[in-house]
Design a protein around this ligand. Structure first.
Ligand code: GDP
Ligand code: IMO
Ligand code: MG
Length: 430
């Protein structure tokens, strides 16, 4: 029985939430392994829209056990708001498991995220302001607060006090903000303890036992390949490993137990926040795709930057993640277009690059080399089989598939759960 890792191939918002939801009936566990409430996944079921941030998308499938892994950073206020919001809509959240090793986003890290962005001015990252970067920095600096620390009041007080020794200096002396009182932070965190207790578990152990017992586990990434802190467009990245390797460290599932890696690739490209973007559109086509694709951030509401599909990035995502299957989403957003440019390589200072340039400066200056494919004049949202697609749409899928190093197993033709073509089973024989 397989363990599957699902990642984003581009800069996020490829439709990972929908892809997880699509597989939901066939899964036993869905594990979020990185990031926190910087993520925003929109899932549409029977016309009802659900926006998930911190909870894994698997929470919407009644038989799935959703897991927040050790690699996640947890804003407890957001966690309970999201749980309450779903419960109010009749979704049972009682199966949720939260790793005792996951780190907690303290209020001072939300403040630091916002003030440091303001301080950077034109050099800002364009973060979501949710405290993600400072919380991961604390983890690496070994001054973070873990979920388990909330259950030992004296340890919690010691850790918060120790973290604030330095942070209060930074807040007051560099950013000219008032210092934070350790006791207020401690009391806020303690206020969640009773509600949190039933969810907390040794999730790595539970997942290991589940895999031994033949359960189907899907590890769902937040963010995406080019937002990965190691493999992305640093420093315009998030502060965690969003690529498939992060699924191991962020869940405790070892690499030897992973069977398949699915990457979600949007049929065009979007990016939220700052940083290089070779195929970015500044013309009517960018505006057109933003509107037909409703490309506004699920988390911050910011208009997403839009560009043509970039197959250099697709190939890179395949290689870095070891992708076995792609899900190509939002093909329907091209309906009615005469022709569709696709970037197949870059030119930098007169030199052709078929792979990601080694230096980010070159990536900044890359000019896309496009091939233009014919569009189709038909609404494809009702297609459920590959053969139902117009010839040009089939050719488009096959053109992309031939250049990204792995098969395209799923094609998305609309936002709803049902609006999908499954060409191959990504779960194998499960
Ligand atoms: P995620 O962060 O990767 O889960 O993606 P988001 O939810 O932030 O953004 C993807 C958006 O595209 C959501 O609004 C989805 O409902 C929508 N979506 C996903 N797949 C498709 C598709 O195949 N066609 C269309 N039209 N919309 C899709
Ligand atoms: P999903 O899971 C798109 C971007 C932010 C910013 C950078 C760093 O919905 O695909 P952070 O707050 O993480 O420190 O911000 O990363 N970013 C995302 N962009 N989709 C996301 O998540 C993102 N999560 C973070 O806009 O550029
Ligand atoms: Mg999103």
């Amino acid at each position: 029985m397989p363990v599957i890792v699902l990642v984003g191939a581009q800069w996020g918002d490829e439709g990972k939430g929908k892809a997880t939801d699509l597989l939901g009936d066939r899964l036993d566990y869905v594990v979020k392994f990185n990031g926190g409430n910087n993520a925003g996944h929109t899932v549409v079921i029977d016309g009802e829209k659900y926006a998930l941030h911190l909870l894994p998308s698997g929470i919407l499938s009644p038989n799935v056990v959703p897991v927040i892994g050790n690699g996640v950073v947890v804003d407890l206020n957001v966690l309970f708001q999201e749980i309450d919001g779903l419960e109010a809509r009749g979704i049972d959240t009682s199966r949720l498991r939260v790793s005792s090793n996951a780190h907690v986003i303290a209020s001072y890290n939300r403040s630091l995220d916002k003030v440091s962005e303001r301080y950077l001015g034109a050099r800002r990252i364009g973060t979501t302001g949710r405290g993600i970067g400072p919380t991961y920095a604390d983890k690496m600096n070994r001054v973070g607060i873990r979920v388990q620390d909330l259950f030992d009041e004296s340890i919690l007080r010691q850790k918060v006090t120790a973290a604030l020794l330095f942070k209060n200096q930074v807040l007051s002396k560099i950013y000219n903000r008032s210092a934070v009182k350790a006791e207020e932070v401690v009391q806020e965190l303690l206020s969640y303890v009773d509600r949190l207790r039933p969810y907390v578990a040794d999730t790595a152990l539970e997942l290991s036992q589940a895999i031994d017992n033949g359960k189907v586990v899907l590890c769902e990434a937040g963010q995406a390949t080019l937002l990965d802190v190691d493999h992305g467009t640093y420093p315009f990245v998030t502060s965690s490993n969003a690529t498939s390797g992060g699924a191991c460290t962020g869940s405790g599932i070892p690499p030897t137990r992973i069977d398949r890696v699915v990457a979600v690739l949007k049929a065009f490209t979007s990016r939220v926040g700052e940083g290089p973007f070779p195929t970015e559109l500044h013309d009517k086509w960018g505006d057109y795709l933003r509107e037909v694709g409703h490309e506004y951030g699920t988390t911050t509401g910011r208009p997403r930057r839009i560009g043509w599909l970039d197959l250099v990035i697709g190939r890179y995502a395949q290689r870095i993640n070891g992708v076995t299957d792609f899900a190509l989403t939002k093909l329907d957003n091209y309906d009615g277009m005469d022709e569709i440019p696709v970037c197949v390589a870059y030119e930098v200072n007169g030199v052709r690059h078929d792979e990601m340039p080694i230096n980010q400066t070159d990536f900044h200056h890359a000019t896309p080399i496009f091939e233009t494919l014919p569009g189709w004049k038909q609404d494809i949202s009702g297609c459920r089989k590959f053969a139902d697609l117009p010839r040009e749409a089939q050719d488009f899928v096959e053109f992309v598939e031939a250049r990204i190093g792995a098969r395209i197993s799923i094609v998305g033709v609309g936002p709803g759960r049902e609006a999908v073509i499954e060409r191959h089973s990504v779960l194998g024989d499960a």
